[in-house]
Design a protein around this ligand. Structure first.
Ligand code: ADP
Ligand code: ZN
Length: 521
């Protein structure tokens, strides 16, 4: 009789209990159903296919692009007594033959390979002769062109659906935003698969985001008053800024060290990285190059002096704080100047227009998270498809609700502009309609005859942008991020449209001035 998942968890892996949704996912796959598993790195995705592969008869095929890691993964499994193997170009011909034989003889529980190997006719025929328990497609976001890890071979993995119909397939990834999920579903033929989103919350991290007239000074106060002697990471966008800030902090008694790709690798790795890992209270001032593969559990704060270019980047970078589970701070100072710089960098890049459009919307989403006045954690998790029922009580907005203005009317006007124009237009067009711009495009569509046309003249275009960003950040409006960026209302929009719910926006000095100017005009 097959062993139970819990039995295997204890006896093979030596763990006491399942984490988060692992048990539900495992049961789902053991029953032969497809699944889409979205968990952050370190969340425990592997068990979600390893245990079903041990429960179900036959071998589980694990598809991973990371050939370099296969050896270690398989070795670790073998140590636990699992019959695991891999097929890749590092094996000799004899070794590969022996592994293939073991597969067809039913002597393997798990077999790892890269997609290009799997897709050869030879391997497909081999798999056709073997008894298989499941397919696990790791790093499934590689199928998506939205993002940076696109692997063309992944798009051919859809053939598994027909060629091995009836064998459950799981796609696993740490990238959980909506466009990626959609690409995975379509690209891997997992339209019907149940999705499990789990574990993105980092409850011990306190998120704080603000605009400061003197960001450096605010950072120094944060270090001196809240994190003296603590290890921390400060992210800046440019090497020059990294150098200048590290020196500035050193002059004020902080053990700050610069880290960026322009430093000699000896200095970077040997000296600065080593000191960060071994000494107490070292603050690394870095470009985004820092942090990959560095495992320091007691980083107490991560600060951003520049806006990250996406929520994914923000989540990944702030995620380096508090891995030990103890309280940690994610602090960010942003300014509109920084936003403009990022936008200019983006426009100046050589990327395809389609790609740039995606990057632009990611940046807008990041700004939305900055501007939101409700719980940051709820908004952050919402972005990743994870849910938090109540406000967290551990972010700046929960702890010190910001000064706001009642933007309900503006939100209603914005949403009715979306609705009246047929939910087919992007932000810029909608703002033009609201502000009553004299444009032939608007006249051609007849939108100058809508009731909302010109209704929003008293708010500046930048204000309107912020209103739209808030609607998106709160999930009242969704963006067709891959297409033309058109906005649509979600079900959550209804209460605000009906007037049952209000929407408030952060009151920053700029908005007050702008509104006064608008009133006087
Ligand atoms: P991911 O693939 O999501 O990045 P892993 O599957 O590698 O994460 O798991 C991350 C770490 O957590 C591993 O060291 C793994 O052994 C451990 N782990 C996973 N599930 C459990 C569990 N239920 N109990 C204890 N440790 C677990
Ligand atoms: Zn909160």
């Amino acid at each position: 009789m097959a062993r139970s998942p819990l039995d295997i968890l204890h006896s093979v892996f030596g763990y006491h209990g399942f984490r988060g949704q692992q048990e539900t996912i495992i049961e789902h796959v053991v029953n032969g159903s497809d699944a889409l598993v979205l968990m952050p790195t370190g969340g425990g995705k592997s068990l979600c296919y390893q245990i079903p592969a041990l429960v179900r008869p036959g071998a589980g095929i694990v598809i991973s692009p990371l050939i370099a890691l296969m050896h270690d993964q398989v070795e670790a499994l073998r140590q636990n007594g699992v019959r695991a193997a891999y097929l890749n170009s590092t094996l000799t011909l004899d070794e590969a033959r022996a592994t293939e034989q073991a597969l067809t003889d039913g002597e393997l529980d798990l077999l790892y390979m890269a997609p290009e190997r799997l897709l050869t006719e030879r391997t497909l025929r081999l798999l056709g002769r073997a008894r298989l328990s499941l397919f696990a497609i790791d790093e499934a976001h590689c199928v998506s062109q939205w993002g940076h890890d696109f692997r063309p071979e992944y798009t051919q993995l859809d053939l598994l659906a027909e060629r091995f119909a009836g064998i459950p397939r799981l796609a696993l990834t740490a990238t959980a935003d909506e466009p990626t999920r959609r690409d995975i579903r379509i690209g891997l033929r997992l339209e019907q698969a149940r999705a499990f989103v789990d574990g993105f919350d980092r409850p011990n991290i306190r998120y704080r985001i603000g605009q400061f007239p003197d960001a450096r000074g605010a950072l120094l106060r944060l270090i001196e008053e809240e994190h003296p002697q603590d290890a921390g990471i400060v992210y800046c966008l440019s090497r020059r800024k990294v150098e200048a800030l590290a020196t500035w902090l050193q002059d004020r008694g902080v053990k700050a060290l610069p880290y960026h790709a322009g430093l000699p690798s000896e200095t970077r790795r040997r000296h600065h990285q080593e000191r960060f890992l071994r000494e107490d209270g070292v603050v690394i001032v870095a470009t985004i190059a820092f942090g990959m593969g560095i495992d320091k559990p007691d980083v107490r704060f991560v600060a951003h002096l520049d806006l990250p270019k996406s929520i994914e980047a923000y989540y990944q970078e702030t995620g380096r704080a508090g891995r030990d589970g103890l309280p940690a701070t994610a602090w960010m100072a942003y300014g509109l100047q920084g936003v403009l710089t990022l936008r200019q960098m983006l426009e100046a890049s050589n990327a395809e227009e389609r790609h740039k459009a995606i990057e632009r919307r990611k940046l807008e989403a990041m700004l939305g998270l900055c501007e939101i006045t409700s719980c940051r954690r709820q908004a952050l998790l919402y972005y990743f498809g994870d849910r938090l029922e109540a406000p967290c009580g551990n972010c700046d907005n929960c702890l010190e609700p910001p000064a706001t203005w009642d933007a309900t009317l503006a939100a209603q006007q914005a949403m009715s502009a979306i609705y009246r124009t047929g939910q087919r237009f992007g932000v810029n067009y909608l703002i033009d309609v609201l502000r009553g711009s004299d444009s032939t495009r608007i006249r051609d569509f007849g939108h100058d005859r809508l009731k909302v046309y010109g209704l929003g003249q008293d708010l500046a275009a930048t204000r309107w942008r912020s209103v739209f960003r808030q609607l998106v950040a709160r999930g009242l409006v969704s963006v067709d991020v891959e297409g033309h960026g058109s906005l649509r209302l979600t079900d959550a929009a209804r209460p605000v449209l009906r007037g049952d719910e209000t929407l408030s926006l952060r009151q920053d000095p700029e908005s007050k001035k702008q509104r006064r100017a608008a009133r006087q005009a």
